[in-house]
Design a protein around this ligand. Structure first.
Ligand code: ATP
Ligand code: MG
Length: 350
């Protein structure tokens, strides 16, 4: 028997958030709280993915504000931009460069299966941007240009992560002889692992339990924004769609009740516990009891973040400095990968 293969890649975390509008509770619970928690164990890169944002129309007046707001949210939620790397994607051109190589590795058939493109392009697919279609290849490049091994994301990004793994594998296979002859051993890219855990990996719209909470949803009532004040939070929770039954005692009974399941999941994630534990307290209670408790918990958790975001938002010079510093440090890493990729592919470089 051979010894089990040693993981040759240094463990590293990468993830991103698009500056496409108001950050919401889904982004916070599905992604940003995970980003914060992973800082103790890994070297992390957290990216404001502005090149992804422009796959759908963004007003050039609004986009820089949105980029700075996501950066402020990262910091307000507890990401340390000195110990780790916080930056915006467009300042590190290697992301787009590697994405082109991946455009030539990924197969049309793979991209045709991506559900996010189908949802975002809607019925008028002919009129969607080419960028929206190729989005998953850029996402693979974001991760793999750092040869990152762990990617905290919400459930909706699982399929894109699988594609990134397929791209890494195909690159490693197609170029295996060149990878070996350039001294990179059996594999140049790692297989990045998604980190999708806990009771709120897919926070649903407050208006429709079958749709995920999204920045791009036209209805502001569908989401809790990180910038909402306590009154707005209380109103949105009070108006959140539910059914007329009291909460069940057993978690299993939530399966057929998506709206109830969503609110219990949000409570559990905020209280850092499980849905089963929440139902030990609230099983048998009416929504008229549970909703105010949920509002109070939301306000307690989010209002310090909102206050800090507001303070940071006015300090444009500081935010821009964080992004400049982060992108210089990120680029130093990305440039090394890109040089190696050029050598492996056979592109002559200076
Ligand atoms: P858009 O509608 O523009 O795609 P979005 O709300 O989906 O915006 P993204 O910037 O695409 O936000 O995603 C950032 C991170 O937040 C990703 O890791 C994504 O999986 C996660 N995320 C987004 N929506 C939710 C949600 N409803 N529940 C849990 N995680 C989510
Ligand atoms: Mg999204």
């Amino acid at each position: 028997m051979n010894a089990p293969p040693v993981q040759p890649f240094k463990e590293k975390v990468f993830s991103g958030v698009q500056p496409t509008g108001n950050l919401h509770l889904g982004n916070y619970l599905g992604a940003i709280t995970k980003f914060v928690a992973l800082q103790d164990r890994y070297d992390c890169l957290y990216c404001v993915v502005d090149l992804h944002a422009i796959t759908t129309w963004q007003d050039p007046e609004e986009l820089p504000k949105a980029i700075r707001e996501v950066t402020a949210a990262f910091i307000a939620c507890g990401i340390d931009p000195k110990k780790h790397i916080v930056f915006n994607q467009s300042q590190v051109s290697e992301h787009a460069e590697l994405a082109w190589v991946f455009n030539c590795v990924a197969r049309l058939g793979w991209l045709n299966r991506m559900t996010q493109f189908k949802e975002k392009a809607g019925k008028d697919r002919e009129n969607a941007s080419v960028g929206l279609y190729a989005y998953p290849n850029l996402m693979a490049a974001d991760i793999l240009v750092y040869r990152a091994t762990h990617v905290p994301v919400g459930e909706d990004q699982k399929q894109h992560l699988e594609l990134a793994r397929d791209i890494a594998q195909k690159f490693n296979n197609d170029y295996s002889a060149s990878i070996r002859s350039h001294g990179f051993g059996d594999a140049f890219f790692p297989q990045p692992e998604p980190i999708i855990q806990g009771p709120a990996t897919r926070v649903m719209s407050l208006r429709d339990g079958s749709k995920k909470m999204s920045k791009s949803d036209a209805s502001d009532q569908s989401r809790i924004n990180l910038t909402d004040d306590p009154d707005a939070i209380a109103l949105k929770v009070r108006r959140a769609k539910t059914d007329p039954e009291p909460l069940p005692h057993e978690e299993k009974a939530l399966e057929a009740r998506p709206e109830a399941d969503n609110l219990v999941g949000i409570y559990a994630a905020l209280a850092d516990t499980t849905k089963a534990e929440v139902l030990k307290t609230f099983g048998g209670a009416q929504f008229s009891t549970f909703k105010p408790a949920l509002s109070d918990l939301l306000v307690a958790k989010l209002s310090p973040i909102t206050a800090e975001m507001r303070r940071l938002k006015d300090d444009t010079a500081y935010i821009d400095q964080v992004l400049a510093d982060g992108s210089i440090r990120a680029q130093a890493l990305a440039a090394e990968t890109m040089k190696a990729v050029k050598d492996i592919v056979g592109l002559v470089r200076r």
